[in-house]
Design a protein around this ligand. Structure first.
Ligand SMILES: [Zn+2]
Ligand SMILES: [Zn+2]
Length: 275
C-alpha cells in the first residue's frame, strides 16, 4: 500500500511539534499563566521522549519488525490496496489503540510503562513527549499483531501507529476549549484533559486515540465538566527521567516480592491482596 518510511514521516513532523510548543508557551505567557510550563518539566519530557525513541528503534530492529513480518507471511492476507484498505487500516488500528490504552491503565505490567506519561501535574503539548522506554517490555507491539495477521505489511503497521500517536500530540493542551460536535467523533483536547485528570470521576476514562466513538461504545466516556486536576493519585514529585521511567516497575516487583503474590503483575494498579 505504501512505501513511505514510517520513521522518516515522524521525523519530518518534528518541526511542526516544536513550532506548536513554541506557540503554546507564547500563548500562556501572553495570558499571564506561568504555571502551565516549567523548564524542568519540559526538559524531563524531552529527555524521556529521546529515551523512548531510541528504545523503540532498538526493539523494532531487534525483533518487532520480524514478528510483524512473520505474522504477515503466515496470516490471512485479506487486504488489497486502495482507499478502502487505508480506511480499514486506520479504523482497525484506532480500535486496537483503544484496547491497548485501556489495558495500559488496568493491567499493572502495562501501567508500569504508561504511568510515566501521566505522572506530571502539568499538561501542555510537551506532555505528549513524556513517554517510557519500557513500552516494548510491557508488550505494546503485541496489540498491533492482528493488523499484520489480516494482511497489513510491517511498514503499514508502524506508519499508522506513528500517525495515530502524532495526532495525539495535538490533544495535550489546555489552550483549546471544547470543539462542539467534533467531541462526538474525534479525540479532542477537552476529552484528553479528562484522561489526564485525577478528579475521582475522571479516573480511567477517555482512552481514545483518534476517534472518540470507542469510549462512547464501550462505556468509558466522560465529559469535561469540573476543572481538571492533572497527575496521578500516587504523586511522583521528581524530574529524574530514570525514576520517572522505573518507579512503578520497582513498586510492582516490591509488592509481589513482599507478599509473595504474582497477581500484582497483572491486577489493576490500585489492587491489593485481600481486597
Ligand atoms: Zn493514559
Ligand atoms: Zn496523554
Amino acid at each position: 500500500m505504501t512505501e513511505l518510511n514510517p520513521e522518516l514521516v515522524l521525523l519530518a513532523l518534528a518541526p511542526v511539534f516544536l513550532a506548536c510548543i513554541g506557540w503554546e508557551m507564547w500563548y500562556w505567557r501572553r495570558h499571564g499563566r506561568d504555571d502551565i510550563y516549567s523548564l524542568r518539566d519540559v526538559v524531563s519530557n524531552a529527555t524521556l521522549a529521546l529515551m523512548h525513541q531510541i528504545s523503540d528503534a532498538v526493539f523494532l530492529l531487534l525483533f518487532i519488525v520480524t514478528a510483524y513480518q512473520w505474522t504477515y507471511d503466515h496470516g490471512l492476507k485479506l487486504v488489497s490496496s486502495g482507499a478502502l484498505s487505508i480506511l480499514l487500516l486506520f479504523l482497525l488500528q484506532d480500535f486496537l489503540y483503544y484496547w491497548f490504552h485501556r489495558a495500559s491503565h488496568r493491567i499493572r505490567w502495562m501501567w508500569a510503562s504508561h504511568v510515566t506519561h501521566h505522572s506530571s501535574e502539568r499538561l501542555n503539548l510537551s506532555t505528549a513527549f513524556r513517554q517510557s522506554l519500557t513500552y516494548p517490555v510491557s508488550g505494546m507491539w503485541l496489540f498491533w499483531l492482528p493488523m499484520a495477521w489480516v494482511g497489513f505489511t510491517p511498514n503499514e503497521v508502524i506508519l499508522i501507529v506513528g500517525l495515530n500517536l502524532a495526532y495525539q500530540f495535538f490533544v495535550h493542551t489546555q489552550a483549546i476549549p471544547k470543539l462542539g460536535w467534533l467531541e462526538y467523533v474525534i479525540n479532542t483536547p477537552s476529552i484528553h484533559r479528562v484522561h489526564h485528570a485525577q478528579n475521582p470521576q475522571y479516573i480511567d476514562r477517555n482512552y481514545a486515540g483518534v476517534l472518540s466513538i470507542w469510549d462512547r461504545l464501550f462505556g468509558t466516556y466522560v465529559e469535561e465538566i469540573e476543572p481538571c486536576r492533572f497527575g496521578i493519585t500516587k504523586p511522583m514529585p521528581t524530574h529524574n527521567p530514570l525514576t520517572l521511567t522505573f518507579h512503578e516497575w520497582r513498586d510492582m516487583f516490591r509488592d509481589a516480592w513482599r507478599e509473595k503474590d504474582l497477581r500484582y503483575l497483572w491486577k489493576p494498579p490500585e489492587w491489593r491482596a485481600g481486597d
